[in-house]
Write a protein that binds this ligand. Sequence first.
Ligand code: NAI
Ligand code: MG
Length: 352
Amino acid sequence: MKTYRIASYPGDGIGPDVINEAISCLKKASQKHGFVIDITHFPWSCEWSREHDGRVVPEDFLDQLKPFDAIFLGAVGNPKIVPDHISLVPLVRMRQEFDQYVCLRPATLFPNVPTPLANKKPEDIDLVIVRENSEGEYIPAGGEFKMGKPEEVVIQTAVHSRKGVTRIIRQACELAMKRRKVLTMATKSNSLTHAMVFWDRILAEVSKDYPELKINKMHIDALSMALVRSPERFDVIVGSNLFGDILSDLAAALVGSLGLTPSANINPERVFPSLFEPVHGSAPDIAGKGIANPIAAIRSAAMMMDFLGEKEAARSIEQAVIDNLADGKVRTPDLGGTSTTHDVGEDILKRI
Ligand code: NAI
Ligand code: MG
């Protein structure tokens, strides 16, 4: 039987709870559709760092992860133990060093899920954010000068390469071709006069190859407003690392909860393993309470199966989530319910 080797990296906070439920759903889907999921757990976390010289992952963690078919991550970060800018480093390094340059973040309003927007229905919000995931604002370039003195200065530098910008815009165009054929690029070329003028120029070049697409660019501030006022205008949105990150949480709120939105960090050439994780973080405010919504993680598992070629299994999981939400009886507090993480996981598992 076809076997997929998955590295599970639950991480911190609510990560282990939601990954646990998602793995149960994966196993059920694999039995139903006739393949094997072979999971190896990695206990790396902020808690783990207490017994490992303050390191949140071993030095060779990328070598350990490289042989797997995919990586399944919960969330990283526990600011009580390790500062966020240190605990997040392994995640950013996986994305950059495994060249997972495409980050796909679908945001769809499902039936019977409340949106904070008045008068918007499921058919009004169905979009995918395509985030540049390998460079941009998230590279570790910059420096500090005269720290601790009144005249202290910091510099944080972004890098936007022709290769990087071209390939992400092209990926977004390809995705839009398979969907409603509308692409919006987030820009800010009125103020970021080097970086975003460059993005605009490359969009103009790449768009020549896609005459069937309706291609538009919007300044990120106006785009954020439009997303709230008229989400139905959007289909595929492409943006830099930072813009894509921010828009993802906004889009998650529009479709009802950050507990619902999955993501795929993809290396399209399949030279390295791709990484699947919920959009949300480790949610320290609700960690340990057993009330985190596992749906974002479960849907990330579905994206992983889809990427690995198990399309039917992916569809079964996604449909089970849609049925759970439509039924509306078993849901966590973020969606107004009183159920636990495990209750929701079980309800979805039963429906697969
Ligand atoms: P967060 O995404 O963890 O939480 C934001 C808000 O959404 C919180 O009120 C939280 O309770 C709620 N929330 C998140 N996931 C939920 C779920 N599944 N069910 C119900 N409610 C949910 O973002 P925050 O608070 O900015 O960051 C917390 C920690 O997570 C930090 O250490 C941060 O660095 C880290 N982080 C890690 C990410 C990752 O591993 N991919 C992504 C974002 C943040
Ligand atoms: Mg984020």
